[in-house]
Write a protein that binds this ligand. Structure first.
Ligand code: HEC
Ligand code: HEC
Length: 327
């Protein structure tokens, strides 16, 4: 029964999604930071990944892809990871915040998952969550706030193990444990899928950063971004984040991790609490920077639209998986 419930929930996403583009097979172990980019910024060190055969990694990411879209991971079967992390929003969701299954108000804005495999710490604020496997437990079983509201691992494992499709997929993805279905394996599979969420095909990634064909406003924005506005010192390419924590408004002293600006045009509303309704408002919320004129701010926002990777937003490799399991 779980699949029907799942698909009913995610059909909403499917109808809202943009038309699908050509499939983009993303290698499961590739990361943006170790990719060769025309940029001269030194690549960030990539954490060592377990040395798994490519076929197993692929099977694991495929399994994780299905689990990511499965509403059986939530207490009442109403919510999958993709309910809050929607592909067309670069895996954020278009709302200031998104309440979980209990409708208790949420606290923070849903962040993009683009290039999430390259991040050393996860969430906007916490400096102690360092792996995707660890992070998985927060939405599924966390209480502050309740998101998917599962009471424990036993119920989760029972639901997944009921499905013949999952039993086959687990055997492929976890050959060493003969496909044992337990919560750490569920977390590992979803983490494998998340590591394939690589976005590096924006116009800015083209040779010359597409500046020759950019509008005059975008060209001025580029000069400001890497020059006098100093944006690039924290929003550092290729990830467009230095992954460090700052206070940008002395009235709100909490230190926030610099968010990536990739796909920023579709990840609004912006800031950790979703209080900026436009990219310009998010830029103006930086009170620790030299002041910019309104036209400079709008030039920078125009430049930022060069960071939208349409392939990432539409690739079937990341979208709602087919209903039939066909393993
Ligand atoms: C109810 C909405 C909701 C659901 C459902 C949800 N998330 Fe999230 N997710 C969020 C919010 C909000 C944050 C930011 C939390 C924070 O910073 O405190 C987040 C953060 C994350 C992050 C950290 C990203 C970063 O940039 O540090 C990852 C990874 C993630 N979620 C994966 C998942 C996975 C996997 C699932 C399903 C098992 C899931 N989420 C389900 C709302 C949701
Ligand atoms: C000192 C480091 C630093 C500098 C310099 C900086 N930012 Fe930020 N930026 C941050 C942090 C930290 C946040 C998150 C703040 C929050 O959510 O409250 C942020 C948030 C943003 C956001 C919202 C992103 C989102 O996903 O919600 C945008 C857009 C942005 N910055 C653009 C810029 C631009 C453009 C410049 C240059 C004018 C700039 N930033 C300079 C650290 C910096």
């Amino acid at each position: 029964m779980h699949l029907r419930r799942t698909l009913a929930t995610i059909a909403l996403l499917a109808t809202a999604a943009a038309p699908a583009g050509p499939p983009v097979p993303a290698p499961a172990n590739a990361t943006l930071a170790n990719a060769t980019l025309s940029d001269t910024t030194p690549a960030v060190a990539t954490p060592a990944k377990p040395a798994l055969p490519p076929s197993v990694l692929k099977a694991r990411a495929e399994l994780g892809h299905r689990l990511f879209y499965d509403a059986d991971l939530s207490a009442d079967g109403s919510m999958s990871c993709a309910t809050c992390h929607e592909q067309r929003h670069a895996f954020s969701d278009g709302n200031p915040t998104h309440p979980g299954v209990t409708d208790e108000p949420a606290i923070r804005n849903v962040p993009t998952l683009g290039n999430v495999g390259d991040l050393h710490t996860l969430t906007w604020i916490d400096q102690h969550i360092t792996t995707l496997e660890q992070q998985f437990y927060i939405p599924v079983m966390g209480h502050h706030p309740v998101e998917m509201g599962m009471s424990g691992t036993a119920e989760l494992e029972r639901r997944i193990a009921k499905s013949p499709c999952y039993r086959t997929l687990f055997r492929r993805a976890f050959p060493k444990t003969a496909g044992r279905i337990d919560t750490p394996s569920i977390a590992a599979a979803i983490a494998s899928f998340e590591r394939t969420l690589i976005t590096r095909d924006s116009p800015w990634d083209a040779p010359g950063h597409s500046l020759a064909t950019a509008t005059p406003a975008q060209q001025r924005g580029d000069t400001l971004f890497f020059g006098k506005a100093r944006c690039g010192t924290c929003h550092t390419p290729p990830l467009f984040t230095d992954q460090k924590f700052y206070t940008i408004d002395p009235r709100h002293p909490a230190r926030i991790r610099t968010p990536s600006l990739r796909n920023i045009a579709v990840t609004g509303p912006w800031l950790h609490d979703g209080t900026a309704p436009t990219p310009e408002a998010a830029i103006e919320a930086h009170h620790t920077l030299p002041p910019l004129t309104p036209s400079e701010t709008s030039d920078i926002a125009a430049f930022l639209s060069l960071l939208t990777d349409t392939r990432f937003l539409t690739s079937p490799a990341f979208s709602l998986p087919p209903e039939s399991c066909d393993p």
